[in-house]
Design a protein around this ligand. Structure first.
Ligand code: PLP
Length: 357
């Protein structure tokens, strides 16, 4: 069985390093903490002094409360209609719209609320400055517990210029909102925005996901990172092993639909890992892996096997690394998009998990 090592030491160290550079951190732990284990991650973030958590699911809010107890601040990013759960577990609620607020006012009276400016994300929240101000006024009139203002940049991970425009809009709306209400927490930035710009003056928290786990949001070789002194350590190591060595004569084929044809007589390694283990094909196909310290070509990619280049020294049982400190998630961002895509895809039912503390 191929193996994944989850390095919670590194994840902890990343949180410590980021805490020194951010204002205060809201740890985004959606989708089982980016598939790195919700309970483990919230425990260790809490141990290093992060006490604010955000996720998209009611169920996960409950798990966080049960894991950390009374002290943690828990913010549900998605609009919810499960007001009883929010009350029981003291979960902060996102205001879906002015209409949502009006329709549910009785149930929302004793709950803690946050106001989202939808910006160009437009998943939820106030659509424009007018609605932001109306929601603030409505909360004041009705004595609602409005705690936070937030927004989410939809272009922070792209370098095409839209980010600068949406930033201007959001900061402008924030300025106006602050003239009308004294928010206890203000948070706009995800990992990419924080890394590009450092912290914004008028915010209190950064809402960090991917960087907290241990991957840059973009390909580090392409773009400069704003925070030069930041050290981020790799959270996952994934490897299979050579389970067979096959001799191919020149012109002989191997793999699905003869996907590789030997260019000369050679030996190739058959490895017990594939896209069925949740390793993205874009990570594997036509790329390299590391065997005994050397970069080796991946010739063919199958559901539970790879065919790889080997040298004379390679033997059955040798480890074949697809992710480690030298081949990190962000080295492949340019091929498969956000690194969370790879984390989310990992198949723990077909990988042996080793946790490192
Ligand atoms: C996922 C998410 C984040 C974190 O994004 P990263 O790019 O992983 O830092 C922040 N805010 C919201 C609303 C999110 O959904």
């Amino acid at each position: 069985m191929a193996t994944i090592e989850l390095n919670y030491n590194n994840i902890r160290q990343n949180a410590i390093n980021l805490k020194e550079q951010a204002q205060d951190i809201i740890a985004v732990v959606k989708n089982n903490a980016y598939n790195l284990d919700l309970r483990e991650c919230v425990k260790l973030y809490s141990e290093v002094g992060i006490n604010y958590f955000a996720t998209t699911k009611e169920e996960e809010c409950k798990v966080i409360r049960e894991t950390l107890g009374k002290e943690a601040n828990i913010f549900l990013l998605n609009p919810t209609y499960d007001f009883a759960l929010a009350r029981e577990y003291n979960i902060e609620i996102n205001i879906a719209s002015l209409e949502y607020l009006k329709e549910n006012i009785e149930k929302l009276k004793d709950l803690t609320l946050q106001l989202e400016f939808a910006g160009s994300m437009r998943r939820a929240g106030a659509k424009n400055l007018e609605e932001v101000l109306e929601i603030i006024a409505f909360c004041k009139e009705n004595d609602l517990k409005l705690k936070g203002f937030w927004s989410h940049f939809s272009f922070a991970d792209e370098f095409d210029g839209f980010y600068e425009k949406e930033k201007e809009l959001v900061l402008n709306v924030l300025d106006e909102a602050l003239k009308n209400y004294d928010f206890e927490v203000v948070h706009l930035q995800n990992s990419a925005s924080f890394l590009r710009d450092g912290v914004f003056e008028k915010t209190t928290h950064q809402r960090l996901g991917i960087i907290l786990y241990g991957a840059m949001p973009y390909d580090v070789n392409v773009n400069l990172v704003a925070l030069e002194n930041l050290v981020i350590k790799n959270p996952i190591t994934v490897y299979g092993e050579i389970i067979n060595i096959v001799k191919l004569n020149k012109g002989e084929c191997i793999g699905y639909s003869n996907s590789y044809i030997a260019d000369v007589d050679k030996k190739v390694g058959i490895v017990n890992i594939g896209y069925g283990d949740g390793i993205l094909r874009d990570r594997l196909k036509g790329k390299t892996c590391i065997i005994n310290g050397k970069n080796r070509n991946i010739y063919s990619t199958m559901m539970s096997h790879l065919v790889v280049e080997i040298g004379e020294e390679e033997q059955i049982g040798d480890r074949v690394y697809v992710y480690d400190d030298k081949q990190q998630l962000h080295d492949y961002t340019k091929y498969f998009g956000p690194n969370s895509v790879q984390l989310a895809a990992l198949n723990y039912d077909s990988l042996k998990v080793k946790k490192i503390y």
